[in-house]
Design a binder for this molecule. Structure first.
Ligand code: AMP
Length: 214
């Protein structure tokens, strides 16, 4: 099972990727999480990516491709994987195609989660997460405990640096200009599904599981 979860920031790709990963026993590959880890660990990659991420800009394609190439060569990717946040440009998608044919992987399924822009902004400004285990919270729909400690692991609950209004607006512009055109790219290739992301997590999950079990 090789899956791309597609959609603007904040539509719930990460939340759904975790559910799919658990149910189908394949890893979630979140390029955003990988970059945030690199920033946290102050690696060379982290140093290069940090400013771009804080500005809501994309990290260069060559860097992202190297990261993905390395990640999907790991053993845990043998029965498939979920790409969350990759590809984000046509160039990334084309290189991913090449990588798939080089590694003789089956065709990818692309599932888009659709949420209107106004709702995305609301969701992102109120989004919080556990610094330690990554559990997602939302001040409105899924409020964290009052002491801002994760109820799963006790870690500190934080706001992502790029979840402020100015950066969110840049991220949405970048999405429209560079990532949204990928929809047509995957529609042409077939195996493209679009689902309504303005519903409960469980309803969206059931739709996705339905598609994947087909
Ligand atoms: P995300 O967690 O997916 O919202 O990603 C956070 C940030 O990481 C993005 O705003 C970009 O700066 C960077 N990033 C993540 N994935 C990619 C990608 N595939 N290509 C370029 N930049 C990326």
């Amino acid at each position: 099972m090789h899956l791309i979860l597609f959609g603007a920031p904040g539509v719930g790709k990460g939340t759904q990727a975790k559910l799919i990963s658990k149910n189908f026993n394949i890893p979630q590959i979140s390029t955003g999480d990988m970059l945030r880890d690199a920033v946290k660990n102050k690696t060379e990659l982290g140093k290069k990516a940090s400013l771009l991420m804080n500005q809501g800009k994309l990290v260069p394609d060559e860097i992202m491709l190297e990261l993905i190439r390395d990640r999907i060569s790991h053993n845990d990717c043998k029965s498939g994987f979920i790409l969350d946040g990759f590809p984000r440009t046509i160039a990334q998608a084309k290189e991913l195609d090449k990588l798939f044919s080089e590694l003789q992987l089956p065709d990818v399924t692309c599932i888009e989660i659709n949420v209107p822009d106004e709702e995305i902004i609301n969701r992102l400004v109120s989004r919080r997460l556990c610094e330690q285990c990554g559990t997602d919270y939302n001040l409105i729909t899924n409020p964290p405990p009052e002491n801002m400690r994760c109820d799963k692991c006790g870690g500190t609950i934080i706001q992502r640096k790029d979840d402020n209004e100015e950066t969110i607006s840049n991220r949405l512009k970048v999405y429209l200009a560079q990532t949204a055109p990928l929809k047509e790219y995957y529609q042409h290739k077939g195996a493209f599904f679009s689902i309504d992301g303005l519903r409960s997590i469980e309803e969206i999950r059931d739709d996705i599981f339905g598609i994947l079990k087909q």
